[in-house]
Design a protein around this ligand. Structure first.
Ligand code: ADP
Ligand code: MG
Length: 257
């Protein structure tokens, strides 16, 4: 296989339980390079768990997860799997940016300090280089004037844009978004979606768990509907939203559209 044919993300029959609760049931899907996959589904359907499994923040029980052709969290020897050491798993995770519903910024650091923290600590970047890059990234998300602001001095939409800039500062090859606009006041949703749209246009590979169907339709290359830990339906967003094939999808969409 040539490198260009390797999908950015490939899940093969991934299963995950918490105790007796089967949260992911044999999930198989792939995200090609530069594609945006949106994931929708009711609360508790396993969307967040799936994202966390991709970067091995959760251990899967069965199946395989590959990012950029690399098995996540494990080394394969014959048909045996050996879990990677925490330092090796962190090294894999470094290339995957994650943005959460609740921003998770460091409250005692300015916007710029939040953005440069990981490049300096993890990648050993110099403060001068990290700051120059950090200012560029803050400008890219429309926050050139807020570099010295603390999170508490920023709106939710601004905080989430700092969180996106912070993730980008590590030069990820994949970005995972877990309901990035769900905690925002409605009037602040658009500014965050605009930044995400720009990122998608720039060629970033993204998996976006979202309830924003307009974004999914316009920006998504693929849309996945999850329910009860299974992929019920997946395809072109216009098809899934316009003519859902399954009753469960129709029922969910009738509640959210
Ligand atoms: P979604 O993001 O689609 O709302 P989640 O992935 O958060 O769904 O959760 C799926 C199911 O897994 C839920 O029943 C939830 O209670 C359970 N779950 C998630 N994380 C944990 C955990 N760390 N320990 C136990 N159960 C969990
Ligand atoms: Mg969730």
């Amino acid at each position: 296989m040539t490198p260009t044919e390797t999908p950015m993300v490939e899940a093969r029959m991934v299963s995950k339980s918490f105790g007796s609760n089967e949260v992911l049931r044999s999930i198989s899907l792939r995200v090609e390079r530069g594609q945006v996959m949106c994931v929708i589904g009711p609360s508790g359907s396993g969307k967040s768990t799936f994202l966390r499994c991709i970067n091995h923040l959760e251990r899967i029980d069965a199946g395989r997860l590959y990012v950029d052709g690399e098995l996540m969290g494990y080394r394969e020897k014959g048909d045996k799997l050996y879990e990677l050491k925490p330092s090796e798993a962190s090294r894999q995770r470094r290339d995957i940016g994650m943005v959460f519903q609740h921003f998770n910024l460091f409250g005692h650091m300015t916007a710029l300090e939040n953005v440069i923290e990981a490049p300096i600590r993890v990648k050993g970047a110099s403060k001068k280089d990290a700051e120059a890059r950090g200012r560029d990234l803050l400008a890219r998300v429309g926050l050139a004037g807020q570099a010295a602001h603390y999170p508490a001095q920023l709106s939710g939409g601004q905080q989430q844009r700092v969180a996106i800039a912070r993730a980008l500062a590590m030069d990820p090859k994949l970005m995972l978004f877990d309901e990035p606009t769900s905690a925002l006041d409605p009037e602040l949703v658009g500014e965050v979606l605009d930044v995400m749209r720009e990122l998608a246009t720039s060629g970033m590979t993204m998996i976006v768990v979202t309830h924003e169907m307009g974004f999914a339709r316009e920006v998504g290359d693929a849309l996945v509907f999850m329910d009860g830990g299974v992929v019920v339906e997946a395809g072109d967003p216009r098809d899934v939203l316009g003519s859902p094939q399954h009753q469960r999808t129709r029922s969910f969409l009738s509640k959210v559209l």
